[in-house]
Design a protein around this ligand. Structure first.
Ligand code: GLV
Ligand code: MN
Ligand code: MN
Length: 412
């Protein structure tokens, strides 16, 4: 079997998809179920159909594109990632796993290989938490990690529920039917950019993930008292933004004092009401994103944050409400998938690094229903979730090649 990745075509496809965006290049913004996201999905589906794949979509908008295997009894093996992009993102997060996965399948087709197990390309719906506040909605539902009832009720910033938004976008049917049985897939493997600097720093072209860090997130609302910026004297203030500022620094401090570099915490949203120059902020909405490779340590930091909430609200006379959005366990990658990836790397003489994924991925949830693995490629300076995110075409092609080899090993 001679496998060749069409690097030029793959690069062109990545550029074409990047142009379907709500921001000017090089920034990419594709929020789930917006007209732009729907156009991008249609474009990807058209590419899958061109490759002769049978395409289906479920009620949350996960896309399944299947290359039928010769053994109808054998369970499918799956690969894929996401194409939704946070505001002001880059071109490669998720897309490398979708278009690289598609090119891996096309390379296998061109080589004359015929899989015994079907090979399925998955494009997960709403991996990014931008719209509904929670990441990996598609794969959470697929794996049964989140119930259909809980998912349906989630709302976006305009107060529209997942159920309303997905139906308007043309995804009907019951969310209950999204869940797949454990063992439905023989394995799942995701190709992704590293989103960190290690591979580039070590000059190693590929990373094989051993485990995925445990993410948690909270929504915080700080309720103080508004008023005239001139009239209300300092001793009588209950400024919600000042309280929020203290909390933000407490979050940073809690993560920094965990004793491990693996603890990371971010406040990425700060909505101030009424947001006027001469009005004391009466209400602030924050989000906290907290992650660690160690579950107990992460939960310890969560406790420190909760105690800071109590202290600050007492001291400042404000009401701080916290809502836990998710607190997920980490996932281990499956030995058989890691072995197939490692063997494919060795066959080509590609060095690889065994590593932890600090970002979360749909793989975190697929790992709950199938033996799962991830393959990383370097990205420049480790940049991701920003417009200058960059992965070199030859690195992407190398990743797609190892993915294709591994899919072949696992599907025969
Ligand atoms: C995924 O985008 C993450 O935030 O890790
Ligand atoms: Mn992302
Ligand atoms: Mn991603």
């Amino acid at each position: 079997m001679k496998l060749e990745i069409d690097q030029q075509r793959l690069s062109l496809e990545i550029e074409t998809l990047a142009a379907i965006s709500d921001t000017e290049p090089p920034a990419v913004t594709r929020i789930v179920f917006t007209p732009t996201d729907l156009r991008a999905r249609a474009w990807v589906i058209a590419r899958c159909k061109e490759a002769g794949l049978a395409v289906q979509q479920d009620a949350i908008g996960n896309i399944f594109a299947r290359w039928k295997g010769t053994d109808p009894e054998a369970r499918a093996i799956a690969t894929g990632s996401h194409i939704d992009a946070i505001p002001n993102a880059g071109k490669y997060d998720g897309v490398v796993g979708v278009l690289g996965g598609l090119e891996a399948i096309r390379a296998l087709q061109r080589s004359g290989f015929r899989p015994s197990n079907s090979i399925e390309l998955l494009v997960f719906a709403t991996e990014e938490p931008t719209r509904f506040g929670i990441g990996c909605l598609g794969s959470r539902l697929l794996s049964g990690t989140l119930s259909a009832e809980a998912a349906a009720k989630l709302k976006d910033r305009d107060g529209q529920s997942v159920d309303e938004v997905r139906r308007k976008a043309g995804f009907n049917g019951s969310l209950r039917d999204v869940k797949l049985p454990t063992g439905y897939y023989k394995i799942f493997v995701e190709l992704h950019i590293e989103q960190g600097p290690l591979l580039e720093r070590e000059e190693i072209p590929l990373g094989i993930v051993k485990s995925i860090a445990a993410p948690a997130s909270l929504r915080i609302s700080v309720e103080g008292a508004g008023g005239h910026a001139g009239g209300v004297l300092m001793p009588s203030r209950k400024d919600a933004l000042c309280a929020a500022a203290e909390l933000i620094l407490a979050v940073e401090d809690a993560a920094r004092s965990s004793g491990a570099v693996d603890t990371v915490a971010t406040v990425g949203v700060c909505d101030v009401f009424p947001s006027a120059v001469n009005s004391i902020p009466s209400r602030v909405g924050l989000t906290i994103d907290l992650r660690d490779t160690d579950l107990a340590r992460r939960d310890g930091v969560m406790k420190s944050i909760e105690s800071a909430v109590e202290t600050i609200s007492k001291k400042r006379g404000v009401v701080i409400q916290t809502e836990l959005i998710n607190a997920d366990a980490p996932a281990d990658c499956a030995p058989e998938v890691r072995a197939a990836l490692a063997e494919s790397c060795r066959e080509h003489g590609f060095p690889f690094l065994d590593m932890v994924s600090r970002a979360y991925h749909d793989s975190l949830f697929l790992a709950r229903i199938a033996p799962t693995g991830m393959l990383f490629i370097p990205c420049r300076n480790g940049y991701s979730h920003r417009p200058d995110e960059y992965a070199a075409p030859e690195d992407i092609a190398r990743g797609a090649l190892v993915l294709a080899e591994s899919l072949a090993k696992l599907s025969s």
